[in-house]
Design a protein around this ligand. Structure first.
Ligand SMILES: C[S@@+](CC[C@H](N)C(=O)[O-])C[C@H]1O[C@@H](n2cnc3c(N)ncnc32)[C@H](O)[C@@H]1O
Length: 471
């Protein structure tokens, strides 16, 4: 009975909201308001507490399932078919530094005529951009045509002065930040534009059945035969390349950036141990490890141009670690032989998801060849569940989450966990890569000479850290 389903969803909501109320009142805090500004204060941090994040997961899943059940199906289809406009509008507000501009005007907000004057745009057109976003709870329309930041929009505040930013090259905006604004532009520019060619790429005889990293939708869209990373380094893509590294720093916020601290027993490592962060980007995960363990040595490897950007970032956030030589960058292509030996832990965080299986096996085999008997490999990636129950098919690996989902929610928590499935498609359109189930990760690791012996999941998220040993 559908009415019974609605009542069950209502019960999930009631129980979960009661739990939230208990957790917050126990420590005399109110739940963060949507109308406030984002800050990493105690109320915000409590969201990542395992019990709280579980309640949030249930509330989000139940609300969306309720919404899809009750409204006319055609409304859900219109919503889905036009959701690209949220992306497009978000990009406009990011590009004109709207969040930084509105910061100074607090809760009273700023009239769109003034925002448009600052941005050099037509005010009635711009008002509609803000209004669509405000309808989706990103910004607030506090009076007719007057817009203010809210908790969601203020998340991508670079902290810099809007008027100063408008006189600077774009890359200045992301310097020294954790890259939230850069992530929006990366997703809304090359990823979104490539996604528009998904059908053409899936249906073309040249591209439909192959898994080549340089024959994804991105190549159809931008008329190139280069793999994303080489394409980004083309001279005409300077702006995109500068932005990409910063955007990847933001990927640490797909869950709590400190989650990697619980992803491995870093406390067991000493000054004699070496961590090699392979395809480490600007080294956000390494930054968390270096702060948590003051002794261990870390080498962050990436393409040469990326390592140069990484050094600039570390000079801003943790220069001492570079000066002491404890942390260093090394230009290294992971499709070549691994130069480091006596490595305690190789880290591969959100590297394998970029690539088709065949390329992943090459990366893993190079690390296996360089590994000693005690070397560990830490794979940090999304571990995606299916949308139905996996039953006996789920591999039995120590630590692997056995999630019980209240009925009638989807087995993967549906919309509450939709981000990894969106990223899965983003990887398909830009690199022919993908997010993987635990069984797929285990199979891939085995083909590369590794055995996943333990999973350290992050509560309330499908992201996890998998510890592998050489076989
Ligand atoms: C999704 S990012 C992940 C970065 C980092 N591990 C993190 O979690 O923040 C993938 C990284 O792989 C790097 N990469 C791509 N191709 C590479 C190659 N052939 N050799 C080494 N690094 C590469 C990219 O430059 C990028 O920094």
């Amino acid at each position: 009975m559908t009415i019974e389903d609605l009542e069950n969803l209502q019960a999930v909501l009631n129980d979960s909201i009661d739990s939230l109320k208990r957790y917050y009142t126990d420590i005399s805090l109110d739940f963060p308001s949507l109308d406030g500004q984002y800050s990493a204060d105690a109320a915000e941090s409590l969201r990542s507490d395992p019990k709280v994040s579980q309640a949030i997961l249930n509330i989000t899943a139940a609300s969306y399932q309720l919404l899809c059940t009750v409204r006319p199906p055609m409304m859900s289809i219109f919503d889905a078919a036009t959701s690209y406009l949220i992306t497009a509008c978000l990009r406009v507000t990011e590009q004109i530094n709207a969040v930084e501009l509105l910061r100074d005007f607090g809760a009273q907000g700023l009239h769109v005529n003034d925002i448009a004057l600052y941005a050099g745009m037509e005010p009635t057109k711009l008002a509609r951009v803000f209004r669509l976003l405000a309808t989706h709870h990103i910004f607030r329309e506090v009076q007719p045509n007057v817009f203010a930041n809210n908790r969601i929009s203020s998340v991508f505040d670079s902290g810099k002065d809007a008027r100063w930013l408008s006189t600077q090259p774009q890359a200045e905006k992301h310097k020294g930040t954790y890259g939230a604004a850069a992530f929006i532009d990366h997703a809304a520019d090359e990823c979104c534009k490539s996604a528009c060619y998904l059908y053409e790429t899936l249906s073309s005889p040249e591209t439909s059945h192959n898994f080549k990293a340089n024959q994804a939708a991105l190549q159809t869209c931008f008329k190139t035969d280069k793999v994303l990373f080489a394409w980004l380094e083309e001279p005409f893509n300077q702006r995109r390349f500068e932005r990409y590294g910063a955007a990847i720093r933001a990927s640490s916020f797909w869950n709590d950036p400190k989650a990697i601290i619980n992803g491995y027993d870093w406390g067991s490592l000493t000054a004699n141990d070496l961590i090699v962060d392979v395809g480490g980007g600007h080294g956000m995960p390494s930054l968390m490890i270096a702060r948590a363990n003051a002794e261990v040595r870390i080498i962050i490897q990436d393409r040469e141009a990326v390592t140069e950007q990484g050094k600039v970032f570390w000079r801003e956030v943790f220069p001492k670690a570079l000066d002491s030589g404890r942390v260093s960058f090394q230009a290294h292509e992971f499709f070549d032989k691994q130069p480091q030996r006596d490595v305690s832990v190789f880290v591969l965080r959100t590297v394998l998801h970029d690539w088709p299986d065949k390329n992943c096996v090459t990366i893993l085999k190079h690390l296996r060849d360089a590994a000693g008997t005690k070397t560990k490999l830490l794979i940090g990636d999304w571990i995606i569940p299916l949308a139905c129950s996996e039953g006996a098919e789920a591999p039995q690996i120590l630590g692997a989450l056995k999630v019980t989902v209240p009925s009638p929610l989807l087995a993967n928590h549906g919309r509450a966990n939709s981000i990894p499935y969106a990223l899965d498609m983003a990887m398909q359109v830009i690199l022919n890569g993908q997010e993987r189930t635990l069984a797929h990760h285990a199979d891939l690791a085995a083909r590369g000479g590794w055995r996943i012996s333990q999973v350290n999941p992050i509560e309330g998220s499908c992201f996890g850290y998998m510890v592998a040993e050489p076989v």
